[in-house]
Design a protein. Sequence first.
Length: 145
Amino acid sequence: MGKHAPHITAAELRIMKVIWRMASGTVHDVRDAIVSQSKEQPAYTTVMTLMNQLAGKGALAVDRQRQPYVYRAAVRKEQVLSHRLKQFIQTVFDGQAGELALRLVEECDLSPDDLKRIEAKIDDRESSKKRSGGEHEAGGDGGAA
């Protein structure tokens, strides 16, 4: 799996989520999963086109020895979601991750468990910064919460 996640559109991400859940599958398997999970009725050819695009980008691996072709993820879910989140923060919040965190706390219906998990992550982050000298930060604005 490559170091950098390819650019994946929203429609392609929907396909990737199905593949990550299934581990592998044919175009027919993926289309059936989409139909069973939502009210969407994508055409077989639409799903096939998206899966071929993902294969072309290196996000899906294709077993062409089998008929019909079997696809599996060639990139990790965490890698793709991290890449998309960083793009979102850059595009919507001008790179200010703290603004996103504040908006989530202010505007989303977070459960007490969600808030405890967020607090624990903040505590972990502060502890690791103290241990490492506290100066370097990966992609945030430093004033998140």
